[in-house]
Write a protein that binds this ligand. Sequence first.
Ligand code: 5RP
Length: 223
Amino acid sequence: MTQDELKALVGQAALKYVVPGEIVGVGTGSTVNKFIDALATMKDQIKGAVSSSEASTVRLKALGIPVFDSNEVESLSVYIDGADEIDHQGHMVKGGGAALTREKIVAAQSKQFVCIADESKLVDALGAFPLPVEVIPMATARVMRQFVAMGATAAVRLKDGQPLVTDNGQHIVDVKGLKITDPVAFETEVSQWPGVVTVGVFALQKAQVCLLGTTAGVKTLNF
Ligand code: 5RP
């Protein structure tokens, strides 16, 4: 099976976590796009979605799924999203699609985080994928120096030769060479650095379930 087929498999499998009659939290990325396509087949059974990015909002609306502002919704039963890496405890690195801040916001208002990913995303320790950090533009140089002092390398993510601007008007710093042995401590520390909006380690809001696409089918990991 191709990686794309594995993504479609877990996107479809996630439907069983969607609670009929409710609003579902929807993440961002190519795996989530498969989930959104699958969700459209049961759109008459749900009230709608809270979306974690402009890109997912566009796709949801195009398929006729109503999108609610997160401030309108007190709590969600479930949030479905992908990951760049997930470890055996459900800690993740996210933000490859630059949507990490809104993803953390929607995850925080959800009772259950269901991660959908192909098997290449499962790792023993976080840190192989460059860690995305959303940063206020005037702080990027200093934040990058702080990562360099930790032995890592860091660069502002570019799009068409210019710093990529997130849905929230900020920049993304991608950090390479980190070995994240204690994800909770790491997330707690970096989140406090001035200028950091969101660090792409999701450990305080980790996944409770991972639907992992493998060539043998969907494997369910519970954390
Ligand atoms: C976007 C994300 C995505 O969930 C993550 O990058 C995985 O994306 P994909 O499903 O395309 O591999 O965090 O900000």
